[in-house]
Design a protein around this ligand. Structure first.
Ligand code: FES
Ligand code: FE2
Length: 408
């Protein structure tokens, strides 16, 4: 066997053994963050098998409006078809495999492959293919369909052959998130933060606030999640009263990781208080935008929302920050922060993008730095998995789920 093949087989065998043995309480072995073979297995088992939050319906209001969503080797065209339905197609030509759509967003009447000019309708069917031989059947060469779920205006896509029933999972938190009015939002800003690290280190970082005190000075001024001891009954009770008066749910719901029901349709909903003086996640505590949905006031809370195993949102009374951690290589991940406000809010009058994005811009810059240094340390031949802190329960749940998928 050539040396490279031996290394690949060795990495996968080692990773599978480690995944089978994983019993929680610690981080993963080096091979999970350094091996190309493990990365490719992650793409197959995790990324091509689960739902991903690709965007919001407000990004494609009219027939022909589209955007592309990319991770790893994959690119998906998300488009509103002539009948007004949201569809998704694999962005791979059925002739010889070229990318068909090279723009990241726009409006199209058809999608025309730049290589030999095959053209596809918005619904993905092949419309034209020049000078093909007798017997060539256009009906058999439409763009590969990708599963789409539109939940409260949020567009999710899955490359799985049989994806999990995300809608059934979402139903568990639909009533709790209804006041936020997700369907009636718009994207105010998207920030890209590339980090030279494995995608799992970016997820792990998002899933714990053990690092918030040491690493996030600005966030720690306002968010009690940084220190569980600071979530006093008075602080929590005050926020719950204000939230109830403003029409915001504080009900905790969790059906995620290995406990997700149905499997792969994770949901999580939990609101926690900001410190006194902070009505939302702003620099000075004052409101950043009009309250979302049917909310009547700023309550000084923040809700962690998870939909599907890999999609996270943080919801204040007046805006949402959605997160993506998109793999681009074994040690190359694009962190995307997406800020959303209510659809009828006017920029410059009702909100200011610099003010709106300030907190999570500086916080994500901090995260880029600490995740990068995390990868540098994990790359050491002498790195060993270390014990997790109690506050890192979210990592443990994620790694248990990941190892279960990987060892399967
Ligand atoms: S690869 Fe698309 S037309 Fe040939
Ligand atoms: Fe962080």
């Amino acid at each position: 066997m050539p040396r490279d093949d031996l290394a690949v087989t060795g990495d996968l065998e080692q990773a599978r053994d480690c995944a089978r043995d994983y019993d929680g309480g610690r981080s993963l072995e080096r091979v999970f963050y350094t091996s190309q073979a493990v990365y490719e297995e992650d793409m197959r088992r995790i990324w091509c098998e689960n739902w991903h939050w690709a965007g919001h319906v407000s990004q494609i209001p009219e027939p022909g409006d589209f955007f592309t969503f990319e991770f790893g080797t994959e690119s998906v065209i998300v488009v509103r078809d002539r009948e007004g339905a949201v569809r998704a197609h694999l962005n791979v030509c059925r002739h010889r495999g070229s990318r068909v759509c090279l723009e990241h967003a726009g409006t199209a009447r058809v999608f025309s492959c730049p290589y030999h000019g095959w053209t596809y309708s918005l619904d993905g069917s092949l419309r034209g293919a020049q000078r093909m031989p007798e017997g060539f059947d256009k009906a058999e060469h439409g763009l590969e369909p990708v599963h789409v779920a539109v939940l409260d205006g949020l567009i999710f896509v899955s490359l799985a052959e049989e994806p999990s029933d995300l809608a059934a999972g979402f139903a568990k938190i639909a009533a709790q998130v209804a006041p936020f009015g997700f369907a009636d939002m718009k994207v105010a800003h998207t920030g890209d933060y590339p980090v030279p690290a494995n995608w799992k280190l970016a997820f792990e970082n998002y899933l714990e606030c053990y690092h918030c005190g040491p690493a996030h000075e600005e966030y720690s001024r306002s968010h009690s999640l940084k220190d569980p001891a600071s979530m006093t009954p008075d602080l929590v009770g005050g926020m719950e009263e204000r939230a109830a008066a403003a029409g915001i749910s504080t009900e905790a719901v969790s059906s995620s990781g290995l406990d997700a029901d149905p499997p792969g349709a994770d949901v999580y909903h939990r609101r926690y208080p900001l410190y006194p003086g902070f009505l939302t996640g702003s620099r000075d505590g004052t409101p950043l935008a009009p309250p979302l949905g049917t909310i009547t006031a700023h309550d000084g809370g923040a809700t962690d929302v998870q939909i599907g195993p890999l999609n996270y949102f943080l919801v204040y009374a007046d805006h949402v920050v959605g997160y993506r951690f998109l793999p681009r290589g074994v040690q190359d991940t694009l962190i995307q922060s997406v800020w959303m406000v209510r659809a009828d809010a006017e920029e410059g009058k009702d909100y200011d993008v610099d003010q709106l994005t300030w907190l999570w811009h500086v916080t994500t810059q901090d995260d880029e730095r600490i995740i990068r240094h995390n990868q540098e340390g994990v790359n050491s031949m002498r790195y060993r998995p270390g014990p997790l802190a109690t506050q890192e329960w979210g990592i443990e749940a994620f790694l248990r789920w990941y190892c279960d998928r990987f060892a399967d």
